[in-house]
Write a protein that binds this ligand. Sequence first.
Ligand code: HEC
Length: 114
Amino acid sequence: MITKHLFAATITLLLLSNIAHAAGDPKVKSAMAKSDCFTCHSVNAQVVGPAYKEVAKRYHGTMAPASTIATLAEKVIKGGNGNWNKETGGSPMTAHANLSKVQATDMVKWVLAQ
Ligand code: HEC
């Protein structure tokens, strides 16, 4: 009986931590809201930029290798286009030169957790 309850509690905790993980760090999300990320992106739908869920899918989400994360962080800082022309019709992402590498990396990790 106790074992059964412990099992259920463990599963509940695992599910909860998974949900928290899937949503990404809320502090990073508010930094993204303070920047202009959500002007062009939404989690679920194509806006000017691709849906963050689609970005996460393409780069294997939280399993993305460090080199991919670094490349994407650099793209956020420098801006650019070419990887999502089919979705965006060729619209570019603007540069975010005010962001540090660390900030941009945190944001990319947040995107990949969607
Ligand atoms: C002016 C609109 C705009 C803003 C603002 C914007 N993006 Fe983008 N973003 C785009 C477009 C358009 C693309 C697709 C670029 C391409 O085709 O390579 C994109 C692509 C991306 C990608 C995937 C890059 C790739 O090469 O696959 C990431 C990650 C991303 N944006 C994150 C962010 C973050 C984080 C912010 C805020 C700091 C942000 N974007 C702000 C328009 C925008």
